[in-house]
Every structure is written in C-alpha cells, then in structure tokens.
Design a protein around this ligand. Sequence first.
Ligand code: TYM
Length: 335
Amino acid sequence: MEQNKKVIFSGIQPSGNLTIGNYLGALKNWVKLQDEYDCYFCVVDLHAITVKQEPKNLRQRTLEVLAIYLASGIEPSKNTLFIQSHVHTHAEAAWLLNCFTYTGELSRMTQFKDKSRKYAETSVSAGLLNYPVLMAADILIYNADLVPVGQDQKQHLELTRDLAQRFNNLYSPTFKLPEPYIPETAAKVMDLQEPTKKMSKSSDNPNSYILIMDPPEVIRKKISRAVTDSLGIVKYNDEQPGVKNLISIISAITGLSVKEIEEKYEGKGYAEFKEDVAEIIINELEPIQKKVKELLDDKTYLQSVYKEGAQKALYVSNKMVRKMKKKIGFIPFEK
Ligand code: TYM
C-alpha cells in the first residue's frame, strides 16, 4: 500500500532550540500529512555544522529535535524518522549534485547572503555556500513528491527542482520534480521584536522568539513584550506587522480565520489580546513539552526509533544513489 502513496521529505536543523516558527511553519503540518503520504522526517544534523556547533550541544539538540517530532504527534509506525548523519547517502549524493551546481547559483541564494553577512567576521564555510545542494540531495534521493516547509525554504526548493531537471536532461529521467508545500497561515512567523523579520532560532535576542520548550511564564513575558503599534486595534494588515503576526499565530494554532479573530477582539485592547495569544500558545505547547521531557528520559526508545528509521532510509536512498552513480559513469561495485 505504501508504494502507492506519494513521498514527503522534510527536516529541521538541530542548530538551535526550535521556535514556534519551526513548529507552525513545518512540524504542525507534517502531523497533518502523515496519514496520506509516505513520509521521511529527518533531523538534519549535517546541515547544522555549516556554522560552528559545540559537540555537546549538537548531541543534546539532535535528540531533542527527534523527541519534539515524536511529541508533536509524528508517529514512528507511520513515518520514517531518522538522523541525517546516520545515512551516508545524503553526503554522497550531495557531492554528486555539487558537481552539477554552479557556484553563481549558490552565491545568489538569499539565505546564504544573509548568513554570510552574519558570520563574515568569523569566516564563512564552504559548507554554508553548498548547503542547498545537500538539501537537494536530501529530497531527491527519496524521489520526494512534496516538501512541507516554511516560506524561507522556497528558494532552496526551486534550486532542487533545477538540479533535478538538469540531471534528468543530461542523462535520462531520474528524479521527480518535488513541489513545496507551504502553509497558508504561519508560513513565515515573524520576530516578536522586529516583526518585519522572520522569527529565527539563531537570533541573538531571546525576546524575539518563542521556543517550543519555553516555560509558560517565559511565554507570557515574551508575548507581553512583543512589539505592536499605537493604533490599538486588532486588525490583520501590513501597517500593523506585530499584530498581524500574533493573529497569524492564533489562526495557525486554533484554526480560526483571520476574520473571526478580528471580530473577537473588536473594541478590545492589546493587553487582553496578548494575554489570550500567550494562553493559546501555552495550551498548545504544554503537552508537547511534557512528552519531550519523558522521551528524553528514555534514550533507549529514541535509539530504537532512529535506528529503525535510518535502516529504512538507507535502503531506499541507496537505490537512487546507485542509479545516479551508474548514469554518471562510475563502475558499479557489484552487479
Ligand atoms: P530550518 O531548520 O531553518 O527550519 C526548519 C523548518 O521550519 C521552517 N521555519 C519557519 N516557518 C515559519 N516561520 C518561521 N519563522 C520559520 N523558521 C523556520 C523552515 O521553513 C523549515 O521548514 N534547510 C532547512 C532544513 C532542511 C530541509 C531539507 C527541509 C534540510 N534539508 C530537505 C526540507 C527538505 C532549514 O534550514 O530549515
């Protein structure tokens, strides 16, 4: 039966603590898609080392991200859950695809331009430049149909499609061209302090984001400090980016439409609105946090999940990598 299902691949980097941007832009949608698709959900640790990581933190976060996947409702019996560095085909395919990618394409990527500016003082790794190729490899070796991500990954998906097409044209049809799946609400959750910027786990200001693992009192404090405006009306429009962002968060969590939310807060001030935003986030996250803590106390279980996932992921992706190598002209190790 699984063979008839369309394939999904997606992943999150364990490069920082996950935010509600990661949760609403990606994870929450994965949960919705898991019954309909054959899903591969990966903790993309190879991506995380494109910027400096403390080994101890990386180990801790990698397991925490896996625990967050599970606690959010992604079921290991229905999906393939794994850690990227356990499946060597990702790095191997990335090298192959690197040789079909132009440096100009990579240096034009918005995320590369932003990040290389940020890390300019320390030095920018070649990994940071090549990172979208690894992402393309992640997706293409499973021949994924659909990639559920937030808005910020759209450009990387376009490159993935270009590379797939290029390889297909150069050799023969090999890859499907994957489609992005970007949610209607919360495709781009904004920074709470600078609501014209994307909320990011790598921000230096903790008040700018809500972490999935933030305790209730911290969430209340951060939302009460969220930047709004002096208009005092709860309305979804570009002139009020802070309020617009909070409305999107409510809508993505509760499923209420923007109109319903605006009506609910008609004639009410920001204080009451913000209190509700905080409680809605807390109600959503508290059960997840509890489950994450339980899972992190059961390392044996987590290990059983990622081991089984890696075995399946390796089996499936190896077939594609073998096919790629053969088409390129490498001599097969065995017939
Ligand atoms: P990463 O780790 O930065 O983010 C993980 C997912 O969260 C989404 N996201 C957001 N969505 C809405 N609002 C935000 N503020 C926000 N911040 C992050 C991202 O769009 C993403 O879906 N390159 C990827 C990881 C990756 C990947 C892949 C994804 C590696 N290989 C293959 C899909 C398929 C990244 O850095 O995501």
